[in-house]
Design a protein around this ligand. Structure first.
Ligand SMILES: Nc1ncnc2c1ncn2[C@@H]1O[C@H](COP(=O)(O)OP(=O)(O)O)[C@@H](O)[C@H]1O
Ligand SMILES: [Mg+2]
Length: 141
């Protein structure tokens, strides 16, 4: 049953629920080593005005680079093929386009992320992705 999914995409923003989503996706991938795992992180330039300054942009890219290496270490315990990506732009449409481009057949993501808004069930990114994605979405909560 699980192996009908062969390429799992995990949108990751380093929030607690995205960490949980990554663990869930790793557990799914353990079912069959033919399942490929793609982790995608999107840097959102408009979040900080300071981002316009080159040094701030570099600081943010460096921070994401560190997170990416720690994720790669975490993923290296799996026998599966895994890949990590850092993109820059608006997270929600970029994630949807990424899944299409890379032919993902399951998305595993958190219901919420970094905003800390607990009164809504879905954050803006998860809401958009659930609506627009071309494949099933596994929402971790
Ligand atoms: N910038 C991002 N890059 C990759 N994945 C993201 C990004 N932002 C959010 N996500 C994914 O979407 C999930 C829900 O986050 P989001 O919709 O942004 O909620 P919130 O509004 O609480 O921040 C996260 O757990 C993560 O899986
Ligand atoms: Mg968010």
């Amino acid at each position: 049953m699980l192996t009908i999914y062969s390429r799992i995409v995990v949108p990751y923003d380093h929030s607690e629920l995205s960490k949980k989503a990554l663990k869930t996706a790793m557990a799914l991938a353990r079912q069959d080593k033919k399942i490929e795992l793609l982790v995608v992180m999107v840097i959102q330039p408009e979040v900080t005005i300071a981002y316009q300054q080159t040094n701030q942009r570099e600081i943010q890219r460096e921070a994401f680079g560190k997170i990416r290496s720690s994720i790669e270490t975490e993923l290296s315990v799996l026998p599966n093929r895994t890949r990590t990506f850092v993109l820059e732009g608006a997270p929600a449409p970029l994630i949807v386009d990424f899944v299409k481009e890379y032919d993902g057949d399951l998305i595993v993501m958190g219901s919420r992320g970094l905003s800390g808004l607990k009164e809504v069930f879905l954050g803006s990114v998860s809401h958009y992705v659930v609506q627009k994605a071309t494949c099933p979405v596994f929402v971790v909560k």
